[in-house]
Design a protein around this ligand. Sequence first.
Ligand code: PEP
Length: 252
Amino acid sequence: MRRKLVAGNWKMHGAFAQNAMLLDALRSGTASISNVDCAVCVPFPYLFQAQQKLSGSAVRWGAQDVHQMDKGAYTGEVSAAMLRDFGCSYVIVGHSERRAYYAESSHLVAEKFLAAQQAGIIPVLCVGETLEQREKGITEDIVAEQLDALIQLGGVQALRNAVVAYEPVWAIGTGKTATAAQAQAVHKFIRQRVASHDGQIATGLCILYGGSVKANNAAELFAMPDIDGGLIGGASLVADEFLAICRAGVRT
Ligand code: PEP
């Protein structure tokens, strides 16, 4: 059975004093939570603080983006090796906000994914459709294109030690969660598509759901057979809410 993972995405939120309280609460609150991996993906400037506060605890930490090159004249960018220096276990790649606001293509996202993996960081590949795409009935086509770009560039083995997060764009930050059945259907599609290349990798693949997950809907989502946890935005900024979501992973 796959282990559940609950990962927070702080997005561009946080302040030093406020983070300290949140990270301390997560550190102590997760001490009693077993069988669920918990992580927080924080803005770059707070990686050192996350490392200081969470080292030796059950909570792992990571970043929300990475550059595809390992070094060079790329002003303002951060490499996977730099994330490794701060003890990152995870990095999110291809979040819909980056695809939409920074025009990140599926090919570029695949390059970022592989750069992270080569540095020993577990990439969290975000995929998902917009409301317009869902209404047009092309959800699977969109998700397939986002997934296939990685498989074409890195081969299916790139998914051996990786995470895929299905995040319908219409559910992110909107309070409009996909129903458990809607999410399960896409998760099953993702697993089957990977299985068409390698059944063993598909069976082991951790597929998270993201999009307005809260303490009151997490258990129902996490109970679905192909939902292996959540990528949590807004609710990851509130310790009690995030911890309750992590606990929902224990019960499912
Ligand atoms: C996210 O930012 O990836 C996300 C899922 O946000 P929220 O939980 O706020 O919808």
